[in-house]
Design a protein around this ligand. Structure first.
Ligand SMILES: Nc1ncnc2c1ncn2[C@@H]1O[C@H](COP(=O)(O)OP(=O)(O)OP(=O)(O)O)[C@@H](O)[C@H]1O
Ligand SMILES: [Mg+2]
Length: 287
């Protein structure tokens, strides 16, 4: 005698055992489930975490549009929120910086900047030299990882950089720097600060550079375009090419160039500063 066929009719089941999978399939275009738990712990930002970081498994990421296209990466605004909520830790807008992998320019910069850094895998190294497609992907991952490490390191040193929320491949999620009016902070280059604010901005930068130099690091591409002016506070961004002051033979050259770029801008706005002097001052405190 055969046993009765098992039933597959869901209506027979106790409703508390029937899971609703519907929500897991169909998020509309421009949305995805939060990637926070999908990345490994080391790919999440340093502790203690700001209270605005959304860690809920129920959160959804929504594309809000492009902020700016850049030479090697594009910056987007991305909302991460638990649907139907709005409080701190439940809903936040972040910047998603996504590196592109098809930039030849990456390779011209790569050699000088990565000198003195150890490549983890020799296959990666060979691929970089070969400039193969794989090499390009590696190179783009290399820049994203490099900026991620730099952001974490600078944040942990208390420097004014966006809080690094997480990295997933070539995408970095970070704090969105805004002004009191809620708008994206302008780049320093777009501002014309009053003399008192201008002097304060310069002091902030000198302090930040001194801390970096004291810890053996140089931004490597510092200019009024890679600094955001959030009202009376400056925030340094765009750090993938951060240079090791000691391991990189060109480290001092990069530092001098950063000092010169910055001072030239401050001079153009009426502050009497000098790149060579700033460089000398930083070096005097460095070692
Ligand atoms: N955390 C942030 N908060 C607010 N705006 C940001 C942030 N990160 C980037 N941006 C905006 O996006 C622009 C590009 O970012 P970033 O400089 O990091 O990338 P990039 O690819 O090097 O761009 P570029 O080639 O223009 O230098 C910035 O100039 C700034 O206007
Ligand atoms: Mg930039």
């Amino acid at each position: 005698m055969s046993s009765p066929e098992p039933t597959h009719d869901l209506s027979d089941l106790d409703p508390s055992f029937v899971f609703d999978f519907e929500a897991y399939d169909d998020l509309p275009d421009g949305q995805r489930w939060s990637t926070w738990l999908a990345v490994e712990p080391l790919s999440r930002g340093p502790e203690p975490r700001p209270d605005w970081v959304v860690t809920s498994q129920a959160a959804v990421d929504t594309e809000l549009g492009i902020l700016k296209t850049g030479k090697e990466a594009d910056a987007f605004l991305l909302e991460r929120a638990v649907p139907g909520t709005d409080g701190p830790g439940e809903s936040v807008v972040m910047v998603a910086k996504r590196y592109r992998s098809n930039e030849h320019r990456t390779f011209h910069r790569a050699a000088a900047y990565t000198e003195g850094r150890s490549m983890k895998r020799s296959r990666d190294e060979r691929a970089l030299k070969r400039k193969s497609t794989f090499g390009k992907i590696v190179a783009s991952g290399e820049w994203a990882n490099s900026e991620w490490d730099a952001l974490k390191r600078c944040w942990e040193l208390g420097l004014p950089v966006p809080y690094p929320v997480q990295i997933d491949g070539t995408e970095i999620l970070m704090e969105w720097i805004t002004c009191a009016d809620g708008e994206t902070a302008p780049r320093l280059a777009q501002t014309r600060p009053e003399p008192v604010l201008l002097a304060s901005y310069f002091d902030q930068l000198r302090d930040a550079l001194a801390t970096m130099v004291a810890h053996g690091i140089v931004h490597g591409d510092l200019s009024a375009y890679n600094i955001l002016a959030a009202d009376d506070r400056l925030v340094i961004i765009d750090l993938p090419q951060i240079v090791d002051l000691v391991g990189n033979t060109a480290g001092l050259d990069f530092l001098l160039r950063d000092c010169t770029n910055i001072c030239t801008w401050f001079q153009s706005r009426g502050l009497e500063v000098d790149g060579g002097e700033l460089f000398a001052e930083l070096m005097a405190h460095a070692f």
